[in-house]
Design a protein around this ligand. Sequence first.
Ligand SMILES: C[S@@+](CC[C@H](N)C(=O)[O-])C[C@H]1O[C@@H](n2cnc3c(N)ncnc32)[C@H](O)[C@@H]1O
Length: 225
Amino acid sequence: MRLPTVAIFDLGAELYDWFTSQPLWWGSCARLATDLPRQARVLDLGCGPGVSSLVLARQQPEARIIGVDLAWRMARRARQHVLRAGLDGRVTVVRASAACLPCRDASVDAVVGHSFLYLVPERQQVLAECWRVLRPGGRVAFMEPSAAPARPAAILAQSHDPRFLVSVSLWRPFSALHGRFTPGALTRLLRAAGFEDVSTEPVLGGLGIIGRGRKPGPEGGGERR
Ligand SMILES: C[S@@+](CC[C@H](N)C(=O)[O-])C[C@H]1O[C@@H](n2cnc3c(N)ncnc32)[C@H](O)[C@@H]1O
């Protein structure tokens, strides 16, 4: 039986916040901002305590970020971080399910998720929602756990930061339970949802994989008056 995932994130919000507050995780979040239009309106699905949303906001100073999370303690923590960072004008946090987004059709330029999609049993429904809320030409990017084997020496070569080591030692078993992606599986999932120009790249020394895609339609957007 699948563990009550969102309840676990609710209970573990503080701990999660602690072990993801480290440079390697921030760097991986920043990779999701590649290719975004300057003034993009971006949805960050499963924003957790806000680390991914804050990194995106700093990476793209003219973008507006909407963080979405179903766990209320995660959403509350994300709001606290946004206020503390003085980014409340640009980052909004909403408690909602990614399978039923509180957004109008074709209203955002990009949808990203950092360590999120693998947790969701209803992936097709979530991707259909991404498609609905994206404008034509809009982008998706998801960073997910990789199915490639993790070698301890390669993990330690990246960092000895205890926060990083705790995050990896929890991420690996959690993803073994919920799902990991090969480049082919992530590509097929995004293509099946209708996205084109799909590509993948390894991150976090091969522990993670980013899958990107584009909703068919004209390039551009994200330049607002
Ligand atoms: C592993 S955390 C990732 C947090 C953040 N993006 C990061 O990279 O540190 C995944 C988050 O997804 C949230 N989540 C799981 N299922 C969800 C759903 N259906 N809708 C919205 N959020 C969901 C969980 O509550 C959790 O906070």
